[in-house]
Design a protein around this ligand. Structure first.
Ligand SMILES: C[S@@+](CC[C@H](N)C(=O)[O-])C[C@H]1O[C@@H](n2cnc3c(N)ncnc32)[C@H](O)[C@@H]1O
Length: 273
């Protein structure tokens, strides 16, 4: 989770909110207890950018971020999709109340607006949003830490992921499954230590296909941005076993992860669709 600069996308002659493809670092607000945009945030935004054409064609109506931090990702997403002017609605949550304030300031600086909710994952929103989120983006706390560091007050809750960095991820996935619409897409940041192939296997059992959109290795960590979507070709039996995957997508993600781990330090977009 170390720093480097984000994407600058100034397009002369447009109004502020349409001038940039992504949020501008200099306009992103900050607070000592709020996670600043880092490699993982930039990799997630790059994944969304690389899929921007598909996202615009997909026309998501309800878009959501869980764990918005500084607001860099949700603001970038809004700029990419043309904001509420395109008929979409945006919601972001964070358990850190300072993150909600900072996200609001970041959005205001970019001339965009979303519903911001201070809550644990999507607690209190499940019945309202069940089956209606078309696009969910998550950069969760994924760093392996002692379990008692997870969910503590303050900045540590931005990265503390418990055993294998999976504690918060494993809580988010079933919530994502409840919230996502039939055409819902989920983009999530994972680390090699989180065992992304196992996460994909778990999601396949719920009927989701997956692919790595961006893989990025730094000196400190190897990140995978994985996209999940419901696939009618995946048949799941009553015992939660995958009886058929006509498209062979699971095998393709497994081999992608093996290949990328082998290649090590590269920035690869494995986009295939
Ligand atoms: C790695 S930071 C990502 C921040 C921002 N999305 C980005 O990419 O720069 C993780 C964020 O998730 C929030 N978070 C951690 N656990 C959460 C939970 N259980 N529910 C909601 N937000 C949570 C943290 O407060 C933090 O803002």
């Amino acid at each position: 989770m170390n720093n480097f600069s984000g994407t600058d996308g100034w397009i002369p002659g447009n109004s502020l909110e349409m001038s940039y493809k992504t949020a501008q670092i200099r306009l992103v607000s900050s607070h000592p207890e709020v996670y600043e945009p880092c490699d993982d945030s930039f990799a997630l935004v790059d994944a969304l950018l690389s899929d921007q054409k598909h996202l615009l064609e997909h026309k998501p109506i309800l878009c959501m971020e869980v764990g918005c931090g500084s607001g860099y990702v949700i603001t970038s997403l809004m700029l990419m999709l043309g904001g509420e002017a395109n008929g979409a609605q945006f919601i972001a949550t964070d358990m850190n109340p300072h993150a909600i304030t900072v996200t609001r300031e970041t959005m205001e600086a970019h001339g965009v607006h979303a519903e911001l909710i201070n809550t644990d994952i999507a607690s209190g929103l499940e019945s309202r949003l069940a089956g209606s989120v078309d696009l969910l983006v998550v950069n969760p706390p994924y760093v392996p830490t002692p379990e008692d560091e997870v969910g503590r007050e303050g900045i540590a809750s931005a990265w503390a992921g418990g055993e294998n960095g999976r504690s918060v991820i494993d809580k988010i996935l079933p919530v994502a499954d409840k919230l996502l619409s039939e055409r819902g897409w989920l983009y999530m940041v994972t680390l090699t230590a989180n065992n992304p192939s196992q996460i994909c296997r778990q999601m396949t059992k719920k009927g989701y296909a997956s692919r790595i959109v961006v893989q990025r290795s730094t000196e400190e960590e190897s990140l995978h941005i994985i996209k999940f979507w419901r696939d009618v070709n995946i048949e799941v039996d009553a015992n939660n076993g995958v009886t058929n995957s006509k498209t062979g997508i699971l095998d393709s993600v497994r081999s992608q992860i093996q290949r990328l781990s082998f290649w090590g330090s590269s920035d690869i977009n494995t986009s295939t669709d």
